[in-house]
Design a binder for this molecule. Structure first.
Ligand SMILES: Cc1cc2nc3c(=O)[nH]c(=O)nc-3n(C[C@H](O)[C@H](O)[C@H](O)COP(=O)(O)OP(=O)(O)OC[C@H]3O[C@@H](n4cnc5c(N)ncnc54)[C@H](O)[C@@H]3O)c2cc1C
Length: 496
């Protein structure tokens, strides 16, 4: 049967679904509420592309190796287009410390530990233009999906199309399959639940607020050398990350725990944002006014949640012809940089299921089973880390708090064992990165006896004998930073 596929949303999930399905020859119509990108290149897209449907479009984005490998292997021309547009590939060697370099021998696998990064507008623009080149794909821009068209079928609730509104008014579009890639604010699930579908979900706050500002190197200026302090760090009250991007641009993301109200209010002022960066040794050379200038306001984003939805499984009535991918299915904390990889993995899992069977009920069961196997371990690992980070952030702000022996042991194992081992031994770094890049279960490497033995050896080594492996302090403590910014550092300013 020649199937017609409707995809709601031309964000990362929708574009990945089209990338996955277009080569199968199906007719694909992508329905996107926002306008098409403006004419011109990456700079025009960054300044002029109206994307009300993606509130996080102008936050820093990087694709993990899992997604970059999918693009490179499945669509080498797209990979070449991304590089030609200036997108950056940050490889394994960039992660090596001075200690690693002393004995480092490159291995073939190192070439796969690559992060692809650039302004998200550039990534989306290039992927979209590539997708548009498929003769069997059409993108209807400025087409808002108002609701799904459904039928109650003896087998279960069946989705048969979408009711849309565009410049010509309202119309219905019929499809054999509807892929919901409308992101975290998707209203499709709500509609289906109202119509009797069971779509259980779990959701909780990631506990953080995101702030991003974009910069451009001044004419003739070179990107600063990476300092020992590095472009990412965690001060407890503040996490930070530097994202090199295309065409002389880069962005910096600062991230605070939710309760840090005083800091949250101040950080949105560009001069405060820059002043914070100037006090962090890993970022200071980048925001030096002789090197780069800020080219955007500070974009803020809260309400960051992780959310897991289940569209099939025991006791769940079959949902037919409807498949959520990307954030509409699973949302993750942006700190882990996994959301776009999750979107691609859900899209490619769906492709495999669709080509393997034509039966609608089998498809949704097989799809959910693939998602459970592949993504659930990353989701649970992230959720547990988030819960621990939220607990730590609150404890840090509790006057007189004294951590238990267990907490101190765990902290010491992570900081003086795992972290030191990874920073000292390139083989262990390689092993740990497999989990980070979603190439295997995030804690699988530490369960391998050889790796655990090495980590324990580092943990038990006297501190003075491993002093070189400790990273330099990423920045000042909370009180010092707040005082230098003229902010009240007292804990009663913290929202309960
Ligand atoms: C601050 C922040 C930073 C992030 N950083 C990273 C990162 O570094 N790396 C990473 O991998 N992930 C990151 N993520 C996560 C990643 O951005 C998302 O997981 C990803 O965008 C999900 O893709 P999606 O297609 O599901 O949703 P989106 O990309 O949000 O796309 C949804 C699309 O659907 C359209 N749409 C919505 N409703 C309708 C409708 N009714 N009709 C028609 N169209 C509609 C929207 O306009 C939009 O184009 C970050 C997220 C946030 C919030």
């Amino acid at each position: 049967m020649h199937e017609r596929v409707l995809i709601i949303g031309a964000g990362i999930g929708g574009l990945c679904a089209a990338l996955a399905l277009a080569p199968t020859g199906r007719d694909i119509v992508i329905l996107e509420r926002d306008p098409a990108p403006p004419r011109g290149g990456a700079d025009n897209a960054f300044t002029d592309w109206t994307r009300r449907g993606v509130g996080h479009l102008r936050h820093s984005h990087a694709f993990l190796a899992r997604l970059r490998t999918i693009i490179r292997n499945e669509h080498p021309e797209l990979h070449a287009d991304l590089l030609a547009a200036g997108c950056r590939e940050l490889g394994f060697e960039r992660m090596l410390t001075d200690l690693h370099r002393q004995a480092y021998r490159p291995q073939a696998a190192d070439r796969d530990f690559v992060v692809l990064t650039s302004r998200r507008t550039t990534l989306e623009l290039v992927i979209r233009r590539y997708v548009e080149r498929y003769p069997n794909v059409r993108i209807d821009s400025e087409t808002f999906v108002r609701k799904l068209l459904t039928q109650h079928d003896p087998q279960g609730l069946r989705v048969v199309g979408a009711s849309v509104a565009d410049a010509d008014g309202a119309r219905d579009i019929i499809g054999d399959l509807v892929i919901d890639a409308s992101g975290r604010t998707s209203s499709c699930v709500e509609q289906l639940v109202e119509e009797g579908a069971a779509i259980p979900e779990e959701s909780e706050s990631a506990g953080i607020v995101y702030f991003t500002r974009h910069y451009r190197l001044l004419a003739g200026a070179q990107e600063p050398q990476r300092t020992k302090a590095g472009g990412t760090g965690d001060l407890g009250f503040l996490k930070f990350g530097l994202f090199p991007a295309d065409n002389g641009c880069f962005s910096i993301t600062l991230c605070t725990p939710e309760p840090e109200m005083e800091l949250r209010k101040a950080i949105v002022r560009p001069e405060v944002f820059d002043a914070i960066c100037a006090r962090l040794p890993g970022l200071a050379p980048w925001v030096d006014p002789a090197v780069a200038e800020g080219v955007s306001r500070v974009f803020g984003m809260g309400e960051l949640h992780s959310r897991w939805r289940q569209v099939a499984g025991e006791g769940i009535a079959p949902l037919l012809g409807y498949f959520p991918v990307g954030d509409a299915l699973v949302r993750t904390n942006p700190l882990y940089g996994r959301g776009c990889s999750f979107a691609a993995i859900t899209a490619y899992a769906l492709r495999d299921v669709i080509v393997s069977t034509g039966d609608a009920a089998d498809r949704i069961q097989a799809f959910q089973a693939r998602i459970n196997d592949d993504l659930r371990p990353y989701y649970l690992n992230m959720r547990d880390q988030d819960r621990a980070a939220i607990r730590r952030a609150r404890q840090q702000l509790t006057p007189g708090y004294r951590p238990s022996l267990r907490s101190r042991l765990i902290k010491s194992f992570l900081e003086d064992g795992v972290n030191i081992a990874i920073r000292s031994d390139a083989d262990l770094l390689r092993e740990a990165l497999r989990g980070f890049h979603m190439l295997e279960h995030p804690s699988a490497w530490l369960k391998r006896p050889d790796n655990l033995a090495k980590v324990l050896r580092y943990w038990f080594t006297r501190r003075d004998q491993k002093a070189d492996a400790y990273p330099p302090k990423p920045g000042p403590g909370r009180t010092e930073m707040f005082q230098s910014l003229g902010l009240a550092a007292d804990v009663d300013m913290i929202q309960a």
